[in-house]
Design a protein around this ligand. Structure first.
Ligand code: LR7
Ligand code: MN
Length: 461
């Protein structure tokens, strides 16, 4: 069915932007050759290579000899976000097409993408990403019944389409697939719209998080502001552009008739200054802090260690969000990604109080005891959640010592472990399996025969 599709004769031209850091020459060359061989000549304005300070400057320089190729080299390692923006700033064609440096564009990959952007410049469009085997470099077709998504760890994942979308695709498999999240590396987008939407966060480093951030941004509400009603004619194009965005809200889609293979690798073939975990957490935090409102707490609940990573100054991105009049994150969840399970935010944390003192981990970890400490109401070691019988402090739960079965200790949460299951009964915290209640009569919390009249067993929440 893709072969029967007709595309406009006057599709817009595109600038191809490829950033690389220490890419193998063979795969880089394969990428460029496939672009030139598999795209209509007149649609490729230029191929902009941004060499992100690879060890050998010749890697990029050698490719200058190829027609249409322009090479920009960074004077220090910038990471893929700033490198792509550098490429985009140098580009002149009306549509930008970003590619990783180890891909193979398939036949007629480009026309379906440009057609979609031509029809609506607020569409950000991706090809189906096929697999290039990292062992044999063979091109292997991938399923088109996938789209991008994420869990609360905010890591990109592929997910199968729902039943309704799958059945719709049975009758017309060329239909575009709306996707809540972009894989990140391969997409086309109107150049002006890329600028208007705020390009990329220039304070993100190396790799990761930028695909999340651009996906969140794609639902802005731009209200047309008519400052000088006298100049109606001049304003017509501006206003119609704005209101289209406002009505349709920008969109992110996978175009099944466009296919590009990508070498999926087991590990990053380059260094991360500061360590890959910290860089990824920093970038992801920046996206979460700017765009996710209170829902960022669900990310921190899933990745508590991320909270310890410094995320720098986000004021410019916060300003951008204001300027674009973007809808709240809740709107994104309801309209763009209703399939994502959203745990109740209001099942917020509690303090477990006795008088003026609160249940406290005392900074202890697994197997450590618990105690009471003056309430400070700032969360920290006094933050608890009741969840399916567990009394949870992040990943630690209140359990019983396996030695004496009496002292309360912290354990890695396990809802199948009987020792960790409790029931609230009035002021009492009763162990679900044993007829005993939490008691504070000793410095370390323990369980004792339940007695509702005993102050050391009375808690408020
Ligand atoms: O410091 C760097 N400077 C760079 O120029 C680090 C990387 N890069 C280049 C690198 O040479 C490559 O061309 O940036 C590109 C992407 O890096 P990869 O190939 O190591 O990333 P990836 O394929 O593992 O990761 C995916 O997620 C990234 C998140 O930041 C980017 O969005 C990648 O573009 C993206 N790749 C794809 O979407 C291709 C399909 C894979 C999937 C899913
Ligand atoms: Mn890649």
């Amino acid at each position: 069915m893709c072969r029967l599709k007709k595309y406009d004769d006057d599709l817009p031209q595109t600038s191809i932007i490829i950033t690389f850091h220490n890419e193998a020459r063979s795969t880089l060359l394969r990428t460029i050759v496939s672009v030139l061989n598999r795209s209509p000549e007149h649609l490729i304005k230029e191929i902009i290579l941004v060499d992100d300070f690879s060890d050998n400057p010749e890697d990029g320089a050698a490719l200058r000899a190829i027609r249409k190729v322009k090479v920009i080299r960074n004077s220090k390692r910038e990471g893929l976000m700033r490198s792509r923006v550098r490429g985009a700033d140098a580009a002149v064609a009306p549509v930008l097409t970003f590619l990783d440096s180890h891909v193979e564009c398939n036949v007629h990959w480009l026309e379906p993408l440009l057609q979609r952007v031509k029809e609506d410049p607020t569409r950000v469009v991706c090809p189906v990403i096929d697999v290039i085997s990292m062992d044999t470099f063979q091109y292997i077709g991938a399923s088109a019944d996938l789209r991008g998504g994420f869990d609360w760890n905010l890591v990109f994942k592929w997910e199968y389409l729902g039943h309704a979308e799958r059945s719709a695709r049975l009758s017309d498999p060329t239909q575009v697939i709306r996707t809540p999240m972009i894989a990140g590396g391969l997409f086309s987008m109107d150049r002006k719209y890329f600028s208007k939407l705020g390009k990329y966060d220039m304070k993100m480093d190396v790799w990761g998080g930028e695909n999340l951030e651009i996906s969140f941004r794609l639902q802005p509400k731009l209200t047309p502001i008519i400052k000088k009603p006298n100049y109606e004619i001049q304003l017509v194009t501006e206003i119609s552009y704005h209101s289209r965005v406002w009505q349709c809200g920008g969109s992110l889609e996978i175009v099944p008739c466009s296919r590009v293979g990508h070498v999926f690798r087991k590990r990053h073939p380059y260094t991360f200054p500061g360590g890959s975990g910290a860089v990824f957490a920093r970038n992801t935090r920046r996206a979460a802090e700017v765009w996710m409102d209170d829902y960022k707490e669900l990310y921190y609940r899933s990745q508590p260690l991320a909270k310890q990573v410094d995320y720098g100054d986000i004021s410019e991105r916060v300003d951008l969000r204001q300027k674009l009049h973007c809808k709240p994150f809740r709107w994104y969840l309801e309209h763009v990604y209703p399939e994502l399970q959203v745990p109740a935010l209001k099942e917020a944390s509690h303090v477990i109080k006795q008088g003026v003192r609160c249940l406290d981990t005392m900074g202890h970890l697994v197997d450590g005891s618990l105690g009471l400490y003056p309430c400070h109401y700032t969360g920290g070691n006094q933050e608890w959640r009741f969840e399916n019988g567990l009394i949870r402090h992040h990943r630690l739960c209140v359990s019983l010592s396996s030695e004496d079965r009496v002292t309360a200790v912290l354990a890695a949460c396990d809802p199948t472990d009987d020792a960790q299951i409790w029931r609230r009964q009035g002021p009492l915290i009763r162990h679900a399996k044993l007829d005993a209640c939490l008691d504070t009569a000793r410095p370390a919390l323990y369980i004792e025969q339940c007695d509702e009249d005993k102050p050391s067993q009375q808690f408020s929440f």
